[in-house]
Design a protein around this ligand. Structure first.
Ligand SMILES: CC(C)(COP(=O)(O)OP(=O)(O)OC[C@H]1O[C@@H](n2cnc3c(N)ncnc32)[C@H](O)[C@@H]1OP(=O)(O)O)[C@@H](O)C(=O)NCCC(=O)NCCS
Length: 197
């Protein structure tokens, strides 16, 4: 019998995929695993996304995006696979596709805020102190219901063959080796970002 997961096609997202992408993200968002994504946001960021498509049915069964934070840092966003298609390597293939995209763009580090520590460790990510990530990472947190009690794990994968970026540092970066000063940032109870402390 053919391996359905191996046959699943990974390809850049298209505009017609957006309703399915939003629905997959919404299912995980309802479980508190990620933030929901509006259709408007997905259309706007469409070029950031890769989708997994069942070649037999044309159904979109997974997606993953790369958000570029700074010269030295990208982020894996909206990684989700439909429950029926999980556990067969699709999630890993989607992350690999996004990492290849980051490599092609010369982005040395890619981070993820996740509950799936073991999954990301297998893909070469390591846990870092999330309080020391750039302020820009926390922009979306203002809209998150868990913003006062975030328990996601911050993880980073470094492509050592890409040289560290030169030029302007990301405000508030404190991850060792990133080209920026150590300045920590945290969310206050009213949702604003406080630098230091
Ligand atoms: C996290 C998520 C994307 C993983 O997708 P997936 O397609 O199940 O991922 P994979 O199949 O590549 O890996 C999942 C597990 O199956 C295992 N696996 C992979 N291929 C396999 C195969 N052919 N046979 C058996 N097991 C396999 C992997 O080893 C992995 O095990 P681990 O959890 O111990 O690391 C999916 O569970 C999901 O959508 N979760 C809800 C949303 C979410 O939490 N997203 C993460 C936000 S950062």
């Amino acid at each position: 019998m053919p391996d359905a997961a191996a046959e699943t096609i990974l390809r850049p997202a298209r505009a017609a995929d957006v309703p399915a992408m939003a629905a997959i993200v919404a299912d995980s968002a309802e479980l508190g695993l990620m933030l929901p994504k509006s259709h408007a946001t997905l259309y706007e960021k469409l070029r950031n996304y890769v989708v997994a498509e069942d070649p037999h049915t044309g159904e979109i069964v997974g997606l993953c995006g790369l958000s570029i934070i700074w010269a030295d840092l990208g982020e894996v966003v909206s990684l989700a696979v439909t429950p029926a298609a999980r556990g067969r390597g699709l999630g890993a293939r989607l992350v690999d596709a996004v990492l290849a995209d980051a490599d092609g763009l010369g982005i040395r580090r890619v981070m993820s805020l996740t509950y799936e520590q073991r999954f990301f460790e297998r893909l070469g990510f390591s846990v870092v102190d999330r309080q020391k990530l750039p302020m820009k990472v926390w922009a979306e947190c203002v809209a998150c219901p868990k913003k006062h009690a975030c328990d996601e794990i911050a993880m980073i994968r470094v492509n050592a063959s890409i040289p560290p970026a030169v030029g302007s540092p990301a405000p508030g970066v404190g991850v060792p080796g990133l080209s920026a000063p150590v300045v920590t940032a945290r969310l206050t109870r009213d949702g604003s970002v406080m630098v230091g402390g």
